[in-house]
Ligand binder design. Structure first.
Ligand code: PMP
Length: 409
């Protein structure tokens, strides 16, 4: 069980007694980004206040301490996903990680090769592959979704063949919130010799991740969606996969050797992927976010989100004025539309009552073709959300047809 009242004491965003200005603060946009506990803020600040030196280059005590903190952060993050520290590359976020993977694999792709995505993918796991396909002549294929929007092993099997070189899927979609059977999907990709790329933006913050168990080749995620700072993320890669990946950026700190003949000799992984001064503060904050999540425990997180989700779904169904797109999914994402109200108008109406949700396509711009709607409203929960947040969502949704009041009051 999560004691949300206790948890909120760690989050400065709740310091005003759960108000945001003159509105109650019912923050339900956690799939976009999360609040940060003071432990994370303090851990990030420690870099600037106590050990502010560049890493991997100084021969003095202060630089050494910065090196140690950076290395320890990598070890903590690696442990969090059950990887080796050498397999963890710090990036600016999930988007950078996915671009790293797509462009890094590009030299091995050619006309006739196939990259498998789904209609649910976020722009960050679609556009890099589109671009790489344009450049190389490879083609994009989509796993068909089941009628209720699921990706199943059978459906993946129906699209892979000996031309499939990459399968790249979000393990939890940011719209429908359904967890994929990643291990089975990765096995199917491997059976045809394809690389399996897991976009973990929505899964890593909410469910235990074990890359040895799922056997994915790459996993990318962002710190800011898991209580960590913005501007830091991770590209995990199996060691042999990282060693075969072309770096996207070249520069200092990657420890490459070069001379006037212009030859380049790359260093070991992960250094070769970390060109330029790194986000040391962000890495320290992300490591603290991992520790904070571990102290809460994934079982508690899952039970808490499920309970709130169920409450929200039951309440919205009882309201009787909404279409729910993922009532049965296990995660804390509720995606819906209020009958006769455009999603953005509904979100403005809810926002006016302090219920902060997201509306639109949520960057998954192909999915509306499947959902047969232009836009949806999405409420997404995390550890500090409580029953009052859900009640406020349900109550405001009940009256959302009155959205014009927002503009004329
Ligand atoms: N993939 C998914 C499934 C996401 O939900 C998001 C963020 N909405 C991203 C990728 C991109 O993450 P970021 O903007 O942190 O790089």
């Amino acid at each position: 069980m999560i004691d949300t009242e206790q948890v909120r004491k760690d989050f400065p965003m709740y310091r005003n007694g759960g108000m945001y200005g003159d509105r109650p603060l019912h923050y339900l946009d956690n799939a976009a980004t999360t609040f940060k506990p003071r432990q994370v803020i303090e851990a990030s600040d420690r870099y600037y206040t106590d050990i502010c030196a560049n890493t991997k280059r100084g021969d003095y005590a202060l630089a050494h301490d910065a090196d140690v903190a950076y290395d320890e952060s990598r070890e903590t993050v690696a442990r969090f996903i059950n990887a080796d520290p050498e397999e963890v590359v710090f990036t600016s976020g999930d988007t950078m990680g996915l671009n790293f993977v797509a462009y890094g694999l590009m030299p091995g792709l050619k006309k006739g090769d196939e990259i498998v995505l789904s209609w649910e993918e976020h722009a960050s796991n679609a556009l890099p592959w589109f671009r790489v396909a344009q450049i190389t002549g490879a083609s994009i294929k989509y796993v068909p979704l089941t009628e209720d929007g699921r990706i199943t092993p059978e459906n993946l099997k129906s699209v892979v063949n000996e031309n499939t070189k990459v399968v790249a899927l979000a393990s939890i979609s940011n719209v429908l919130g359904r967890p994929l059977p990643v291990r089975e999907l990765a096995r199917i990709a491997h059976s045809v010799g394809a690389v399996y790329v897991d976009d973990g933006a929505q899964s890593v913050p909410h469910s235990e991740t074990d890359v040895r168990e799922t056997d994915v080749d790459f996993l990318c995620f962002s710190g800011h969606k898991m209580l960590g700072p913005t501007g830091i993320g991770v590209m995990y890669g199996k060691r042999e996969r990282l060693e075969g990946l072309e770096p996207l950026f070249y520069g200092g700190e990657m420890n490459a050797r070069f001379d006037s003949s212009c030859s380049i000799s790359l260093s070991d992984v992960p250094d070769r992927f970390e060109a330029g001064t790194q986000n040391m503060s962000g890495a320290m904050g992300l490591a603290e976010a991992c520790r904070y999540i571990e102290s809460i425990g994934f079982r508690n997180i899952r039970d808490h989100e499920r309970k709130l989700k169920r409450m929200a779904v039951d309440g919205m169904l009882a309201n009787g004025n909404a279409v729910l797109y993922n009532a049965d999914s296990d995660t804390g994402i509720v995606t819906f539309n209020i009958n006769g109200v455009f999603a953005q108008d509904a979100a403005s109406y809810l926002g006016d009552r302090g219920v902060f949700v997201r509306s639109g396509t949520h960057c998954a711009k192909i999915l509306p073709e499947f959902l047969k709607t232009q836009a949806t409203v999405r409420a997404s929960m995390y550890i500090y959300n409580d029953e009052d947040d859900v009640k406020a969502l349900v109550e405001a949704s009940r009256h959302a047809e009155d959205f014009l009041d927002v503009f004329f009051n």
